[in-house]
Design a protein around this ligand. Structure first.
Ligand SMILES: Cc1cc2nc3c(=O)[nH]c(=O)nc-3n(C[C@H](O)[C@H](O)[C@H](O)COP(=O)(O)O)c2cc1C
Length: 331
């Protein structure tokens, strides 16, 4: 059988081990933003039990609206420095559709000590898209150009974008590419789907290939990496891509980034500890028991998919004790 030249080799003493996950020292894993899920209470718990498995995270978006921005507003809580100490490095994300408003949030983030920001051009929610925000802004290349220009000329921040292939057609991103290439953009993360697909249906890797080839700066692949096998398949298809963004895959299986890197954790021992940590972190965030129960149910929906367990019982739980004891039977 021939040896695939793509498989990175590691020399261990005088034995050569073929690392079958294809993950190389040039590859990076980036935690995708998932609003109300990959916030600091999750990142802190994750980092405690799975350190050094994620290179950095893009935070769930901070909305740029009318009005004076101040660091102490609740919407900045996720990126307050004290909430991110000794944790995964983050790049704050901004969602907006007016250059002045996005700039005003960016300036606050710069004052807080951040060096990078990411702009959300991918959110597919109907109410967001209808307001020409997120993926709804993709068609307004002129305003995107203004946003980029304002941030680049009025701050020292490095700017990156997170985009979809388009709203309804898989070539809509095409018209934004000349603008992207005009500026020294840090990177472009592409969720290889249309906004109208929301999170369903297949990712369109052919369009990702076609469009990413035209972008001069670094491109991050994003979409449906749920297993080591998914990662391997994508790495074989795009050996030149080194940056991989994972969202739901990490929630379904918090061990996945380690597995992709070839690091194995004792699931039975670590999963309950991680679960308790997440619960404790969220209880510090919200003192309201009902809110905590509902939040843990949100996470459990994802965990159950990864554990291949039916979530019905846990989703009917009425107390935290019930959630915890039910979850432990799944492991
Ligand atoms: C519940 C949820 C919330 C999300 N929130 C954000 C967000 O705040 N900003 C953003 O750019 N993308 C957001 N996304 C999209 C993800 O970052 C990611 O692009 C998408 O889930 C595809 O990656 P995955 O298949 O690895 O999950 C969200 C996705 C989900 C499911």
């Amino acid at each position: 059988m021939g040896i695939n030249y793509l498989i990175p080799k590691i020399k261990v003493s005088d034995t050569v081990v073929y690392q079958t996950s294809l993950f190389s020292s040039n590859d990076k894993i980036i935690l995708a933003p998932l609003q109300n899920l990959t916030n600091y209470y999750f990142r802190q718990a994750y980092n405690k039990f799975f350190p050094n498995t994620i290179d950095y995270a893009i935070t769930p978006f901070i909305s740029a609206n009318e009005g004076v921005e101040k660091e102490n507003k609740a919407k900045f809580r996720d990126v307050w420095k004290k909430n991110n100490e000794n944790c995964i490095d983050i790049i704050p994300q901004i969602l907006g559709n007016k250059a002045e408003q996005v700039l005003s949030v960016a300036k606050i983030l710069e004052q807080m000590g951040y060096r990078k920001v990411n702009i959300n051009l991918g959110c597919p929610k109907k109410d967001v898209v209808n307001k020409h925000r997120g993926a709804g802004l993709l068609e307004n290349v002129e305003e995107i150009d203004r946003i980029i220009n304002e941030i680049m000329t009025k701050t020292k921040l490095q700017l990156s974008l997170k985009v979809r292939l388009g709203n309804k057609k898989n070539d809509e991103l095409q018209s934004l590419i000349p603008t992207i290439n005009k500026y020294p953009i840090d990177f472009v993360a592409i969720h290889a789907r249309l906004a109208e697909q929301m999170y369903e249906g297949n990712v369109d890797v052919d369009s990702f290939q076609k469009l990413s080839a035209q972008i001069k700066t670094k491109v991050i692949y994003n979409g449906d990496i749920f297993s080591v096998e998914d990662f391997r398949r994508l790495k074989m298809r795009f050996p030149y891509v080194n940056d991989w963004m994972l969202g739901r895959g990490v929630l379904r299986n918090p061990f996945l980034c380690g597995e992709i890197r070839g690091i194995y954790f004792d699931k039975k021992q670590i999963y309950p500890q991680f679960f308790h940590q997440l619960l404790n972190n969220f209880m510090e965030y919200s003192k309201n028991d009902e809110v905590v129960v509902n939040k843990m149910k949100e996470y459990c929906k994802y965990f159950c998919v990864g554990l291949k367990k039916d979530s019905t019982k846990i989703l009917h739980a009425v107390s935290l004790n019930q959630i915890v004891s039910e979850f432990e039977t799944y492991l």
